[in-house]
Design a protein around this ligand. Structure first.
Ligand code: COA
Length: 279
């Protein structure tokens, strides 16, 4: 599949997905939304075949993403309310599809992640940010609101930070983004790529099905009472224990050898962890 506004590079089981509209700081319009939605569908299939096990999301040029394209949004004034609703639902589905991707999504943030760009950071499982990057749920400054991204942003930063940041629309530092849980690692620009790669290597040492089920478990358990969660979590671990992958992982540990999903990787990537030990 070819895309006009996305650059894709595959290295072994790692897909590098780059938003590619640097002249407008990777702002997304309806075409970018359609491409990202199509990309998530293709990646779900590639993940099912184990062709893709980790995705790194970044932005071309000096900015990760300036959010929704303001020029495109200003045109929506000519749309009927129904057309606006259809448009907003397409954006909502794109965020939902990225959020539920069955492989880890690692965000690499430089420059700025504003409005929907902060929303993209929120749907990443792991976010590594340049220490000088700026974040912001800036929509109120434009007379709109961070609606579509709110379920994902709230799940990351919680109600208290959202009350401050959604209402003020103020821009905040990578350090603050880290403090509220939007970002997981803040590093100097020169260490951005190596930090992302360290996460990627770590993620490749986990069982692909185990990682996918761990990711799916989080929204299922979140907000449920313990009596509701207990049978669900017991069923989840029982399924994993009897699975081929679970059995292989447990046996490999006892036999003091790397599990099969790591062995296959030795041919394509170096899976040494940060201390230089094989997983
Ligand atoms: N939608 C459409 N175009 C955008 C945009 C957006 N969200 N953000 C930036 N651009 C465009 C600018 O209009 C400018 O276009 P021009 O070259 O034709 O004048 C170009 O991108 C470069 O922007 P500029 O502000 O000069 O770049 P910068 O590197 O100095 O700053 C940002 C980058 C992201 C900090 C700044 O552009 C910004 O604050 N953008 C607004 C972000 C925002 O409020 N997003 C919320 C949307 S809901």
């Amino acid at each position: 599949m070819t895309y006009a506004f996305l650059a894709i590079r595959r290295e072994g089981p790692v897909e590098y997905l780059t938003l590619n509209r640097p002249d407008v700081r990777n702002a997304f319009n309806e075409e970018v939304i359609a491409e990202l939605t199509a990309w998530t569908a293709a990646t779900r299939e590639a993940a099912a075949q184990r062709d893709v096990r980790v995705v790194v999301l970044s932005g071309a040029g000096k900015t990760f993403c300036a959010g929704a394209d303001v020029a495109w949004m200003s045109k929506t004034v000519e749309f009927t309310e129904e057309e606006n609703l259809r448009d907003a639902m397409a954006m909502s589905q794109m965020f939902g599809a990225l959020d539920a991707l069955p492989v880890p999504l690692v965000g690499r943030v430089q420059g700025a992640a504003l409005g929907g760009g902060a929303g993209l950071a929120a749907v990443c499982d792991i976010v590594v940010a340049d220490e000088s990057a700026l974040f912001g749920f800036t929509e109120v400054k434009l007379g709109i609101l961070p609606a579509v991204i709110s379920p994902f942003a709230l799940a990351k930063i919680g109600r208290s930070a959202a009350r401050e940041l959604f209402l003020t629309g103020s821009r905040f530092s990578a350090a603050r983004a880290h403090e509220i849980g939007l970002v997981h690692a803040v590093v100097p620009a020169a260490e951005l790529d190596s930090t992302v790669e360290r996460y990627v290597r770590e993620l490749l040492t986990g069982g692909p099905e185990a990682i996918a089920s761990s990711k799916a478990l989080i929204p299922q358990v979140w907000g449920r009472s313990l009596p509701e969660a207990m049978p669900m979590t017991a069923a989840a671990i029982a399924r994993r224990r009897v699975s081929k992958e679970g059995q292989e992982g447990l046996r490999a540990f006892l036999e003091k050898r790397p599990p099969s999903w790591c062995k296959r990787l030795f041919d394509t990537v170096d899976t040494k962890d940060t201390e230089g030990k094989k997983p």
